[in-house]
Design a protein around this ligand. Structure first.
Ligand SMILES: [Zn+2]
Length: 432
């Protein structure tokens, strides 16, 4: 796949994936179009050699895998991991609020969002709605209003003279998006029912039972910079890695069984039925290696590359980095190391990655947090701690992580894709 068409499909993937549900559905579509077969956890599985499969859980996490041969206990898996969720504003259950002449929505903050970046944006609403039909069935559908239907306006500086000396947002009082004035009637459940009928005609909605909806910025992802060297978009953390991982699996060299796992709830700790700290991956792997002895053999011959974004050195805030570990944008994926195991990288998994990247002619960088600062974490150590697979934490250098609009390099994603595609074809990991 060519670099420019790769980036164009990345931009449309980001645009069509405003929530983890939609991201999972976008990957589902991409996999189906490329001959992958959907499995369901509730059913019996029959796996054919040469087959390509995927399975979702909670419609917000996905595992896809290829089975080029039967001997997974002899070769192990080449695994790629990422997460489908991003920090955002989620609606409260009784979301509709009327205040001072406006219809607004009550929100909870999901994950570590940079709150001030949500102000003055043209916001829309998307997610999953569960409803009862007139026949009595309970059904879920994904909805996306697409249009900018809400906004959280800033307060004028004249009314907050200290705004530029440190800006604080109270999420209970000051983050409620405005939908419209109260001179317009609004029944929020009717609005949702109309949106379902608009997207899925003849849905036969009798009543809305519940929903998981979040706001998102409608500004489309874009290539920016004098030479279009940057990608600016919401949810680069971590849909960038989901997309790169999916493309790598689609173009897998099918030498070893390869697997992509993209899980929800990373931004809130991964502890859920479909999160990396839950049993989803292990459940799938055990079904594929039912013999307990073979299961352990296959895991110990495997490697997981957990891809999540890394902090690039920001030229306006250079003191936030260790001078020897200051990744820059468009100079390759960053190997993330933390001696306190906030990242799962070890010298062997890092070396294997360096070797594959060198074969592909792609640059590699290193990140370690300043010794006087706290380190972030990701699904790498969680997955490694759950199933015991040797793991590497990497990520593409990014500015403004957890902003409503993040920035990454337009060359880095394609470079990582080439390395990961080659990784899926790597037969020998370490010499015995
Ligand atoms: Zn992340």
């Amino acid at each position: 796949m060519q670099h420019s068409s790769f980036n164009q499909s990345l931009l449309s993937f980001l645009q069509s994936s405003p929530t983890p549900f939609h991201a999972t559905d976008s990957m589902r579509q991409g996999l189906l179009e490329n001959g992958f077969i959907e499995l369901f956890e509730q059913d019996d599985w029959s796996i054919d050699v040469g087959g390509k499969y995927f399975v979702t859980r909670n419609e917000s996490s996905l595992i896809a895998f290829t089975v080029p041969h039967q001997d997974v206990n002899r070769t192990g898996w080449r695994m790629i991991g990422a997460h489908t969720d991003s920090p955002c504003l989620k609606l409260k259950p009784n979301a509709h609020v009327k205040r001072h002449g406006y219809h607004q929505l009550g929100v909870e903050v999901y994950g570590g969002a940079l709150l001030h970046t949500w102000l003055d944006r043209d916001l829309s609403l998307a997610g999953r709605v569960t409803f009862k039909t007139n026949k009595g069935d309970i059904v879920s559908r994904l909805i996306d209003f697409k249009e900018p239907i809400a906004v959280v306006p800033n307060l004028a500086i004249h009314l907050n003279r200290q705004a530029n000396e440190g800006f604080k947002v109270n999420p209970q009082e000051e983050l409620l998006p405005i939908l419209c004035g109260v001179d317009q009637e609004l029944d929020f459940h009717i609005l949702l029912a109309q949106q379902i009928e608009h997207q899925y005609p003849k849905s036969d909605v009798a009543s809305i039972l519940d929903f998981e909806l979040s706001l998102y910025d409608t500004q489309p992802p874009a290539l920016v910079g004098l030479h279009k060297e940057f990608i600016c978009s919401a949810r680069l953390d971590n849909l960038l890695s989901c997309f790169v991982g999916m493309k790598a699996l689609l173009d897998s060299q099918e030498v070893c069984p390869s697997l992509l796992v993209c899980t929800d709830h990373e931004e809130v700790g991964s502890m859920s039925a479909c999160g990396a700290n839950g049993p989803f991956l292990e459940d799938v792997l055990r079904r594929l290696s039912p013999d307990p002895e073979h299961f352990v053999q296959s895991i110990q011959r495997s490697m997981m590359i957990s891809a999540d974004n890394a902090h690039a050195l920001h030229p306006n805030y250079a003191s936030k980095h260790d001078g020897n570990h200051a990744p820059s944008i468009n100079h390759g994926a960053v190997i993330k190391v933390n001696t306190n195991q906030r990242y799962a990288t070890n010298s062997e998994t890092a070396s294997i990655y360096r070797d594959i990247a060198a074969e592909e002619g792609v640059e590699v960088q290193s990140f370690v947090v300043r010794s006087d600062m706290a380190c972030g974490s990701t699904i790498g150590p969680i997955t490694s701690g759950e199933i015991g697979v040797p793991t590497l934490d990497i990520g593409l250098p990014t500015f403004g992580m957890h902003s409503i609009r993040e920035l990454a390099g337009s060359h880095d994603a394609y470079g990582l894709y080439k390395v990961l595609a080659r990784f899926t074809g790597r037969k020998e990991l370490m010499a015995k």
